[in-house]
Write a protein that binds this ligand. Structure first.
Ligand SMILES: Cc1cc2nc3c(=O)[nH]c(=O)nc-3n(C[C@H](O)[C@H](O)[C@H](O)COP(=O)(O)OP(=O)(O)OC[C@H]3O[C@@H](n4cnc5c(N)ncnc54)[C@H](O)[C@@H]3O)c2cc1C
Length: 287
């Protein structure tokens, strides 16, 4: 059992790790890449870093600090997060158990501008297989996505639904889907239905009947992971209080997945608060 698992290796996650490690708690940071800051070619507004430091260099320096303190850095993608007194984190390579988790997954990506997707949300378009699979017992569902996260959603749906189709939407299929999942490689033109989803229109003119479409584009962000735990989401952000605590004991969130102000300084600050709050939580468990 890990003390603390941090999902996200950007400024928020790495900053949190500095505090949890210096507080004496074994900490694992899981990140599929360097996050938003590593894509910034020049950062001019970060305190104490004059000139235009390369964002990637800042993130690399943060990773080195975490490694020097004995933190474990895993380059993996988290596909599921479950909670039952403690946390179970599933990645593309392993399953971890942790007493406390900090979500620092950055801003959730925009959804695709596919006609019908927004309009039929909650009426056949779902963002959470664990939450909604039950409603599709014996029905035909489609999963929009093509990577490990889409595979996870398809695996949740397979035992329940009559048929699961993967809509790769022109993307490379990067996970090993079981043969029961039919893969439709071409682009999606729209989700069909008036009151409820009835099918999917493909760009080549074909139509696929479907009772539900599960969105699993890219990887699961903090919002998707929080939603699966039944946590409230507001304006596409994870809801956390001033201590960066969510409504689940031991689960904290920081940075762009929480804050409407998407800045490295805010992410670092919130990461520090989340790290300190996680330490306080763990010390409470020890009493
Ligand atoms: C091009 C660009 C330029 C910018 N310029 C500036 C600037 O000049 N000044 C400034 O202050 N801010 C700037 N920003 C904003 C700044 O980068 C962000 O506010 C900051 O990086 C947020 O930190 P974060 O840790 O919350 O998220 P991120 O840095 O986005 O990190 C998110 C982390 O979560 C990981 N992750 C997400 N989902 C999963 C998953 N399922 N499994 C495993 N890992 C996962 C990612 O791999 C990543 O490691 C810029 C952003 C961009 C894109």
């Amino acid at each position: 059992m890990e003390d603390i698992v941090i999902i996200g290796g950007g400024p928020a996650g790495l900053s949190a790790a500095l505090y949890t490690l210096r507080g004496g708690k074994a900490t694992t940071v899981i990140a599929r890449d360097g996050g938003a800051l590593s894509r910034a070619s020049g950062v001019e507004n970060y305190f104490g870093a004059p000139g235009t430091p390369d964002g990637r260099a800042l993130v690399e320096a943060g990773r080195r600090q975490v490694a020097d303190l004995g933190g474990t850095l895993l380059e993996e993608e988290v596909t599921a997060l479950e909670w039952q007194d403690t946390f179970r984190i599933t990645t593309t390579a392993r399953t971890l158990e942790a007493k406390s988790v900090i979500l620092a997954t950055g801003a959730s990506r925009a959804t695709l501008p596919i006609p019908g997707l927004k309009e039929l949300e909650g009426r056949g378009v779902s963002w959470c297989a664990v939450c909604d699979a039950f409603f599709y017992r014996g029905k035909h569902v489609a999963v929009l996505g093509s990577g490990p996260y889409a595979l996870h959603e398809a695996e949740v749906l397979l035992p329940v639904a009559a048929k699961v189709t993967l809509l790769a939407n022109g993307g490379a299929v990067t996970a090993d889907f079981p043969p029961e999942v039919e893969i439709v490689p071409g682009p999606v033109a729209g989700i069909l239905g008036e009151d409820r989803v009835t099918g999917v229109a493909l760009a080549d003119g074909a139509q696929l009947p479907a009772d539900g479409v599960f969105i699993a584009l890219g990887s699961a962000g903090g919002v998707e992971l929080a939603r699966k735990l039944g946590l409230p989401i507001q304006d596409n952000k994870v809801v956390a209080d001033a201590a960066m605590a969510t409504m689940i004991p031991g689960l904290f969130a920081a940075g762009d997945c929480v804050s409407p102000i998407q800045q490295a300084s805010v992410a670092v600050g919130q990461g520090a608060i989340a790290g300190l709050s996680a330490l306080k939580y763990l010390r409470g468990l020890e009493k």
